[in-house]
Design a binder for this molecule. Sequence first.
Ligand SMILES: Nc1ncnc2c1ncn2[C@@H]1O[C@H](COP(=O)(O)OP(=O)(O)OP(=O)(O)O)[C@@H](O)[C@H]1O
Ligand SMILES: [Mg+2]
Length: 1110
Amino acid sequence: MEVKTSLLDNMIGVGDMVLLEPLSEDSFLGNLKKRFDHSEIYTYIGSVVISMNPYRSLPIYTPEKVEEYRNRNFYELSPHIYALADEAYRSLRDQDKDQCILITGESGAGKTEASKLVMSYVAAVCGKGHEVNKVKEQLLQSNPVLEAFGNAKTVRNDNSSRFGKYMDIEFDFKGDPLGGVISNYLLEKSRVVKQPRGERNFHVFYQLLSGASDDTLRKLKLDRDFSKYNYLSLDSAAVSGLDDAANFRTVRNAMQIVGFMEDEVQSVLELVAAVLKLGNIEFKPESRCNGTDESRVKDKNDLKEMCELLGIEQSVLERAFSYRTVEAKMEKVSTTLNVAQAYYARDALAKNLYSRLFSWLVTRINESIQAQTKARHKVMGVLDIYGFEIFENGDNSFEQFIINYCNEKLQQIFIELTLREEQEEYIREGIEWTNIEYFNNAIICDLIENNQNGILAMLDEECLRPGTVTDETFLDKLNTICADHQHFESRLNKNSKFLNDHSLPHNCFRIQHYAGKVLYRVEGFVDKNNDLLYRDLSQAMYKANHSLIKQLFPEGNPAKVNLKRPLTAGFQFRASVGTLMRNLQTKNPNYIRCIKPNDKKASHIFTDSLVRHQVRYLGLMENVRVRRAGYAFRQPYEPCLERYKMLCKRTWPHWKGPAREGVEVLMADLQIPTEEISYGRSKIFIRNPRTLFFLEEKRKQCLQDLATLIQKIYRGWKCRTHFLLMKKSQIVVAAWYRRYAQQKKYRNIKSATTMVQSYTRGWQARKLLRELKHQKRCEEAVTTIAAFWHGTQARRELRRLKEEARRKHAVALIWAYWQGLKVRREYRKFFRANAGKKIYDFTIQRIIQKYFLGLKSSMPSMSPIDRKWPARPYGFLDGVHTELRKIFHHWRCKKYRDQFTEEKKAVYEEKLEASEIFKDKKALYPSSVSQPFKGDYLEISKNPKYQKLNSAVDEKVLLADVVNKINRANGKGTPRIFLLTKKNFVLADQKTGQVKASIPLPDVTSVSVSTQKDGFFALKLKEGSASAVKGDFLLSSEHLIEIITKLHRIGATAADREKLKVDISDEFLVQFKQDKVCVKFIQSSPKNGNSVSCKRKNNRLLEVSVPTSP
Ligand SMILES: Nc1ncnc2c1ncn2[C@@H]1O[C@H](COP(=O)(O)OP(=O)(O)OP(=O)(O)O)[C@@H](O)[C@H]1O
Ligand SMILES: [Mg+2]
């Protein structure tokens, strides 16, 4: 459903000043301030938009906002510049009415921003497509170019437009943009040569110097330093928030988009550079023989560079700065220029160069953006022109006069068009037209522009007059001609009432503009109006070998010498304003009145006096009065009925019939006085805002009542629904509860029944059981008695049978003994007495014989490690069997030993000794058993590498190996060759073979090793011996067992020395030079690595961590 909204909804203050009640300047300002404080910067006066400059970016220009305002009625939403732009665009597109948007306000009020907002809105809502987008882009991109050349920083605005701009945007019948035409008005060219304090020259100069590449600057013969150019004011060269370098790139890009050729851009930049150079040309006086001073160029370097840039012959330009040719009819007179005149000529040239360049740019842009088709266009004009300008201290000059004249004209057409629009609406709606009283400023326009005695006409007359013409003579003329005009005031006019007005100096005149009185100083009026450029200079320019310069000074063409005086600035301006006004009058006007809230360029500050001043001179109160003179408010019948229909029972909720009748019924019902309202064809007109507010108030009240009613009904409905729900729930709960209670009762009865039943059944069962048990016991008793009886019978029978059997056995035994006795007695007669022993011995012998023969056939092998031995056959041979096994083993060991050579014997002896020293004492021992003791691991005698070392040792080398000598300082090992002979051991460098130490073995008293698997050993030297000076040796070797066994054997065999002591312990002391260091062995987990590591823990402790075997 579409939500109907209205301007009247959620208003802060009033959105339309026409509705302000009571209407006074204070209430007007109060309303503006209230809205401004709530960031509502737009307010309407009817269809006029007042725009307050917020001086900060507000989130009200988003694409969503564009969509919100698109195709909506002007009064439908809160005031916005988009509403105006939309209204204008839609009337242009749908009603075929040409539009113009007039944006006025003082400098810094936001006119240029407003014009850009309008253009961007129109660009966003109009058609799309490749061609259309290109046109849009070109139109939008013309802004940065014109702003660079035509805008400057002033004290009032950092981006002040120093020219007036009117842009016609052309659309086709569908509303798609086709192109545009820009007109420019009166560029403030005096700024090129001089800028007021705190202001800058045009942006382009600073942009060029900051943003151009070094190469470009070199080509243009420019220096990046602003201070080198006389025409650039320095006191505000850098403006905060303005990035000149970035803007230069934007401008170049925009020029490209608009369609400037690369060489055109280059020419433009050359001209800009030439202006800067021109400012640096200085003059000095040179006395002539006739006593007059003639000017000469002081330093010709800048002149030369400028001439090179523009392709001008230096001497021609130089001459033009020193002489002036005056042509009259056929005569040519050459007069010299003094220094002041030369400076005047130089500045005039600079101003002309720049202003003509600017006009050329506008023409060039127009060429690019002009519509390509000749079909009929619809036009939307946007006018961004300087607002009314009043300088406080009476410093208003020719420019302000011209600007204020333009504003006066705009006010005039504003009043005319507003009234005309009002009148047209009344006629359209068939409402009777009542005359509106308002101030008509035509009289002021007439004072300025009248062809006979207007101020501009008189200025022209004065400029063209022969004889001495000064600003004073001009003022005199004004004084005589305009003396009686009621809007003209001057000290010397015939009306003596101003004689004593000291606020009006002698060289000034005052005009009472519609917006207030303005004091103009006549100084410079004549000069500025003349805008004289000596013909010699324009001819010099024409001669330039530079196509653009040539184009800019067509009057310099000697072939077309025009002796007529050029048109004055005032005349030209009056003519262009006239054209503009005629143009605007053919269009439907839309007004944007910009207001500056403060002169600090700051957000959130509302300076009452400043705004009041602007409200006055923009004639806004007048504006409201004109709007309210007839009817303050009007609205089409349909929205009106829709909005207020709830105020009358007959129209609420639905009115069946035409909307107008509905409104009439409504108004009659509300008893609105008939003089307060008029019924037009499509709209109702309300004379007084009070009536509208009465309606609004009623509506608000009614809305509240309606809201209460809706609330009441809703609450009733809600309570009822709630109650019904509760009721339904209660029934459900009760049903469930009853069911539960019944279920519980049933379960109780059921369990009680079961209980009783079980007791009864139990009692019955027990009774039955008792009976059964009794029966069973009786049966058992019978059986038992029977069993006992049978048992007694059986035992009795058994006893009888046993007795019988014993007797039979006794009989048989007695019989056997008897028989034996009888046999032995018989046998003894035939048998010898010692036969038993013999049989015994024979048997024994046979058994032993059999034992030996069996042993022989099952003898084990001759290997000493074979543990097999046949099992013993008879227990009585136990001792013999063990003894025989021992003898056999000893015998086969002897046999084995007998095969040994002497060396092998020695090796086994060593192995034996090693086992005596280390077995079960050091964990490394078992792994050494299977390794043969090779002795010379390095093959020292054969290896040529060790030849020198071998020869250094005269004894036979018993052991040669690489060991690690442990460094006390860090526990790290250094590889050393270890040689052992019968007399000493030698440590030598592994690489060079150089002997590092040779220790006689008698000096070695003991060896210390750990109990663990490491190869660390300390050789301790006898105290006081020569070798002990350097201290003990802490070494590590893979062949530790072999080394120590060999050392031990040498000690054991030598008769002249003590046996070498071998200490096996996990903590021992080693003497390093003076200090004793404890070497401690700890077990580490194999996780920390599988290698033995030695670390120095402190000065006195080396810790060796040995990984435990997995
Ligand atoms: N609607 C806006 N939103 C935000 N800032 C704004 C708006 N309008 C104006 N401004 C600010 O105010 C500054 C002055 O605005 P703008 O240049 O449009 O003034 P102007 O009326 O064109 O002045 P001049 O007559 O000197 O050219 C802008 O540079 C901008 O910072
Ligand atoms: Mg501007």
